[in-house]
Design a protein around this ligand. Structure first.
Ligand SMILES: NC(=O)c1ccc[n+]([C@@H]2O[C@H](COP(=O)([O-])OP(=O)(O)OC[C@H]3O[C@@H](n4cnc5c(N)ncnc54)[C@H](OP(=O)(O)O)[C@@H]3O)[C@@H](O)[C@H]2O)c1
Length: 214
């Protein structure tokens, strides 16, 4: 696939590198310096290059949106027409201090994003994991037991595209349902962040999901 990275920071930089190493053509865009984008592209290997958001969006099969909430409109403006594009968002609708969600409960960042780009096909994924785990998951991808990653969206074929990317990183994709489920996954991501960055003893969470006669 051709994958455009809109926002090449902790999430976009790492996921873009993994996508390139998994064999996709990747364009890194939207960092504060062109040098950062070029360095990322060089380190990610022959399949990656640096570009503008417009170049990342052009001919892309999928775009990863990985910017702070305060910047998503600006990066979309620079990306241009996204009609028909698969937009996988890992962005969380955080306030400027990154302490709280500014959209929650009755909507989600993913749903608000979909309203801004109604002709694009938005999938919410990757925002329930801290960026620090991504390379480790990729390195362990051939092991029998893979960690699961939830994703959600309204369009079946764009969800297949997202699931392929999720698998390429090394996760088992778990379809959580329509895009409105992001209003539950986004607050969950804050819990994960709380435990990952602020928990002193590194608690482990155990969940058991059972199949209720579906
Ligand atoms: N980090 C995580 O573990 C994590 C986990 C789950 C979800 N998320 C969500 O994922 C999204 C991205 O998070 P992140 O941690 O990857 O953020 P980040 O490291 O700050 O990356 C954001 C990107 O935007 C670029 N940027 C910021 N201001 C800019 C400007 N004025 N002009 C051009 N580029 C600019 C940054 O440039 P530079 O590269 O030059 O800094 C960077 O490439 C956020 O919505 C966050 O809530 C993050």
């Amino acid at each position: 696939m051709r994958v455009g990275i809109l926002g090449s920071g902790l999430m976009g930089g790492k996921l873009g590198t993994i996508f390139a190493r998994a064999g996709h053509e990747v364009v890194f865009s939207y960092a504060r310096t062109a040098a950062k984008l070029k360095r990322l592209a060089r380190d990610a290997g022959a399949k990656a290059r640096a570009g503008t958001p417009g170049e990342a969006a052009k001919d892309a099969h999928a775009l990863l949106l990985a910017v702070h909430w305060s910047r998503f409109r600006e990066v979309l403006k620079q990306a241009g027409d996204l009609a028909g594009k698969v937009v996988v968002t890992c962005s969380l609708p955080m306030n400027d201090g990154n302490t709280d969600l500014v959209v929650a409960h009755t909507s989600s960042g993913a749903e608000e994003l979909a309203k801004v780009i109604p002709k694009a096909r938005v999938v919410s994924a990757f925002n329930t994991v801290p960026s620090e785990v991504l390379f480790g998951v990729f390195e362990a991808r051939r092991k029998a037991k893979r960690p699961s990653l939830v994703y959600c969206g309204d369009d079946a074929s764009s969800k297949e595209t997202a699931a392929e990317l999720i698998r390429d990183v090394g996760f088992d994709p778990v379809d959580a349902g329509p895009l409105r489920i992001a209003r539950y996954t986004e607050p969950f991501a804050l819990l994960v962040g709380q435990l990952a960055y602020e928990g002193t003893a590194g608690p482990e969470l155990a969940y058991r999901f059972e199949w209720f006669g579906k």
